[in-house]
Write a protein that binds this ligand. Structure first.
Ligand code: FMN
Length: 172
């Protein structure tokens, strides 16, 4: 299985998370996972992967990170029908209590509407926020990370999430 992690990151937190996710997958599937930064990579490259992971922090109060904002319309050209996809995001639940992880929801809504199969839904237990577009049907659409307030939980959350993804995808 070829796994592509498409990430945008302004201050490095999401890029660091992408590398940590890659490292976890490497334990199960050595060399199967590639990290692509959407500052230079295009969503059109997603078709080369069996499983696509989309990582985007929320910026500017409820907005996509700038590189994802620039690539957003390019998602229209990707055939997501039946494609396996997962999401992760970085955010700040204290500073942006009404917009925590909105970017994950903005991307999730678009890609789901285009027919993708979503893996890796994540419980919002252990977070404290008021509103989030990243919440769908009582859970986050993907892994929510908060390095501004809960950095000590990031590595454990990533390990648990990759374990969950492997179980959902049938990776032994
Ligand atoms: C100006 C500004 C606006 C932000 N807006 C949000 C927001 O609306 N929602 C949120 O959850 N986090 C918000 N954040 C927090 C970032 O998403 C967080 O710091 C994240 O870890 C940055 O990820 P990156 O290092 O990958 O760019 C904001 C941060 C700044 C500085």
């Amino acid at each position: 299985m070829k796994i592509g992690i498409f990430v945008g990151s302004t201050t490095g937190n999401s890029a660091g998370a992408a590398e940590a996710i890659q490292k976890e997958f490497n334990k199960k599937l050595p060399g199967a996972t590639t990290v692509l930064n959407v500052k230079v990579a295009s969503p059109s490259q997603m078709s080369a992967y069996d499983f696509v992971i989309i990582g985007c922090p929320t910026w500017n109060v409820g907005e996509l990170q700038e590189d994802w904002a620039a690539q957003f319309s390019a998602l229209d050209a990707v055939n997501f029908s039946g494609r396996k996809v997962a999401f992760f995001g970085c955010g700040d639940q204290v500073g942006y209590i009404n917009n925590f992880q909105d970017a994950m929801g903005i991307l999730g809504n678009k890609v789901v509407a285009m027919g993708a199969e979503v893996y890796g839904f994540w419980s919002y237990e252990g977070y404290d926020f008021a509103l989030s577009e990243g919440v769908v049907d009582d859970h986050f659409v993907g892994l929510a990370l908060d390095d501004d307030n809960q950095s000590q939980k990031t590595q454990g959350r990533i390990e648990a999430w990759v374990k969950q993804l492997c179980a959902e995808l049938g990776i032994p």
